[in-house]
Design a protein around this ligand. Structure first.
Ligand code: ZN
Length: 243
């Protein structure tokens, strides 16, 4: 041992720093394909003392989660690459301890859209930003109970319909919830909203999934900024009307 209490000098230094620092700062990850939204949300949350990281889409966010786990994720639903629907279902399976706010400009109601694995829904451009800050504080306060409830859920994966392959057969791309690798799968029924199952081609994990028939997986056009509500942007009425 290098010292009386068995702590080597470097460790002692870290220990001292951690004792001196304030109570643990809560971390928030903001996921949105629009830079203006990331900036506005980050400033808002930093102002009340949170540590904020940002990501541009679901894949980017999963990479960020490998480095550091936040207490709360605020995620847009309509993003290119990997939509919020898919991302949040991966989060719920892999990180059930994290509470989630789904944010979107494409839904009018304050209710979490059907099938979205989120604790709270924030209507961008409609709800008061203060409500977002309050929701985050509530989620942090109730995180232990939520983590237990999340763990008991079996979260299906949301898959956007990707179109038709070269033979004209509709297909989807499934991202495995265990190994996170993606593989294509042909769709036999055009409008199946049930929870389906398939084996991952790579690790043989059973992946539960729902096909996301929303028409668009990208955000509303730029002209419709977050401050303006965009009615009926790209989300099918079928999705909204589902019980
Ligand atoms: Zn897999």
């Amino acid at each position: 041992m290098n010292s009386r209490n068995g702590i080597i000098p470097d460790q002692r230094k870290c220990f001292r720093i951690s004792l001196m620092s304030k109570p643990l700062t809560h971390r928030i990850l903001v996921v949105d394909d629009e830079e203006s939204v990331r900036v506005v949300f980050a400033r808002l949350l930093q102002k009340v003392g949170y540590e904020v990281a940002t990501a541009e889409n679901g894949f980017d966010a999963l990479l960020k989660l490998k480095l550091l786990l936040p207490d709360v994720i605020i995620s847009d639903l309509n993003m290119p690459q990997m939509s919020g629907f898919e991302f949040l279902s991966v989060v719920r399976r892999r990180f059930p301890q994290i509470s989630v706010v789904a944010s979107s400009g494409a839904y009018g109601s304050k209710v979490v859209p059907t099938g979205v694995l989120a604790d709270v829904f924030f209507a961008k451009g409609q709800d008061d930003p203060k409500a977002l800050v309050n929701s985050v504080a509530d989620l942090i306060r109730t995180s232990a109970a939520r983590a237990r409830a999340h763990q008991e859920e079996s979260a299906p994966v949301w898959i956007p319909r990707n179109g038709k392959d070269s033979n004209g057969i509709p297909y989807i791309v499934i991202t495995c919830t265990e190994c996170l690798r993606s593989f294509p799968l042909n769709v036999t029924k055009e409008d199946d909203s049930e929870v389906l199952e398939t084996l991952c081609l790579f690790c043989s994990n059973t992946v539960k999934y729902i096909i996301d028939f929303s028409l668009s997986v990208t955000s509303p056009p730029k002209a419709l900024s977050p401050s303006i509500r965009a009615p009926g942007t790209g989300v099918s009425s079928r999705l909204l009307a589902n019980p």
